[in-house]
Each structure stands twice: as C-alpha cells, then as structure tokens.
Write a protein of this length. Structure first.
Length: 268
C-alpha cells in the first residue's frame, strides 16, 4: 500500500487499478490529484503487481473486496472525505465491495468499468473453463491482451513494453471469479448504496463492452449519477492523449461533491 500526501488536503482519493496491471501505472494520475490538493491511497491488488500472493491467481473475488476495504480503512485516518476511483476490473471490484460492505465514502468514480467483455469468449471455452475450475483451478493460461488495444498514447505504450510487473497469465479460477463478479454486479444493483456515482467510458473501448456499462448505469437507482462517454477514446481513458480533459471532468465531479458537503455542513 502506498500513500501520497499533500499540504492542506481537501479530501483523499483511493485508486483501484485494473486487471493485469499495477498501481505503478498511475503515477501521472496520482500527481494530478495531488496538484489539486487530494491525498492519494493506492496499492496492488492480490495476485498482481508486487503483491506477495500468487501472480494471476485468486481463490475468490472476495480478496479484492477485502483489499479495497483495507485501502478505505487506511484513508479513514485522514479524517477527510473519501472518494473511490476504480478502473476496469478495479471499477467492478469497487461496485462488488459496495454491494457487500458498508464503506464510509463520499462518492464513486468508475473508469471504463468491467461490466462485460467487448469480445465474449466462445461457448466452448466457457464450458471448458467451468469444468477445469473444479479440477485444476490454479492452472495458468496466457492472456493475449495487446497494449495497443488499451490506449493510443505512444508514451504509455513504450513504458508498457518494458514493464515486468504486468500479469501475462491468469488462472482458471481467476477467470471464473471475474465472470461471476460481473454477473453479481448486474444482479445486485439494488444493493449499491445511494452515493453519487460518475461513470466515464471510452467510446472506442476494445476491452470492455460499453453497451453493458451503459445498461448497468441506466438500471442503477441512486439519487445522483452521471454518465460521460468519451467518443474517440480507448479503454484507458486516464492514459489517452486527451487524459487532461478526462482528469478535469473527474475533478469537476469531486469539486461538486466537496462543495455540496461544505454547503450542507454550513446549513447544519
């Protein structure tokens, strides 16, 4: 777990990374949040990055939920409003955490959340993975995800080429738990607490199904929700050439929440 602090912080933001990657890929975003006086808390999810657990494998998606709970517990120490930002699978994990645990947060930001796959697996692979999940759940298989499907940013792509912390193989159990978590995220929409939620989606996402994201959003019953689709952007909207625009939009959402809290505190 890493904590990046600033002088006179207005709030703290907890960042949850996506599948295969790690917290080190969020240096630019961390510095952007710090530049607007937010403390940042982030860490590598179990089985990814520098995590000591077996890389590419989890026994249950619950370990991600527990990891997010631990990050939020750390953020509580600042006695400031807490915001949760999750990218891709990290966004899915945040929603599953909110469905299962009471977390003391002010609002949620989701970046191209994984609520469905852009390219579904063939039926034969689905059935095979179900069978293998009972026999050899820890068996690792290669996951061929080309970096250029995630972003158009050449600078980021060059860094990714030499990044040894990327997970390149995942277990059968990891895949089945991911599929199960996506299903529960849709089924248990009524368990999402009434919090402000911003969903930001890449319009040219080649990794997650943006239609599934919009369907999830449309069915979400909370008092305050916002959906922003960035039409030309790929999956990693905070890494795209237009990322400063994306950040300003996300910052505006947080500023709105902080201003609302300040207003109601004065009224109280």
């Amino acid at each position: 777990m890493w904590k990046w602090e600033v002088e006179n912080p207005r709030a703290v933001i907890v960042i949850v990374h996506g599948a295969f990657e790690h917290q080190g890929r969020y240096k630019w975003l961390t510095e952007m949040w710090r530049s607007v006086h937010l403390n940042v808390v982030l860490g590598d999810l179990p089985g990814q990055g520098t995590s000591s657990r077996r890389r590419g494998h989890i026994d249950s998606f619950d370990v991600y939920i527990d990891a997010i709970s631990e990050l939020v517990d750390e953020a509580k120490g600042y006695n400031l409003p807490i915001f949760l930002l999750g990218h891709s699978m990290g966004g899915l994990a945040i929603i599953r955490a909110l469905q299962e645990k009471p977390l003391p947060i002010s609002a949620v930001l989701l970046s191209s959340p994984c609520f469905g796959f852009a390219e579904p697996q063939p039926i034969s692979i689905e059935w095979l993975s179900k069978a293998l999940n009972f026999v050899v759940p820890t068996y690792l298989v290669g996951y061929d995800l080309e970096p250029n499907l995630a972003t158009r940013n050449k600078e980021v792509l060059e860094l990714d080429e030499n990044d040894s912390l990327f997970v390149t193989k995942v277990s059968i159990r990891w895949y089945r738990e991911l599929v199960k978590a996506i299903k529960l995220a849709h089924q248990n929409l009524d368990k999402v607490p009434d919090l402000p939620i911003l969903v930001m989606q890449g319009g040219e996402d080649k990794i997650v199904d943006k239609t599934a994201v919009k369907e999830w959003f449309d069915k979400l019953k909370v008092s305050e929700k916002y959906y922003k689709e960035w039409h030309q952007l790929y999956h990693e909207i905070f890494n795209e050439p237009e990322r400063e625009q994306v950040f300003e939009f996300a910052k505006g959402f947080i500023d709105l929440q902080l201003n609302n809290q300040s207003f109601f505190n004065k009224m109280g």
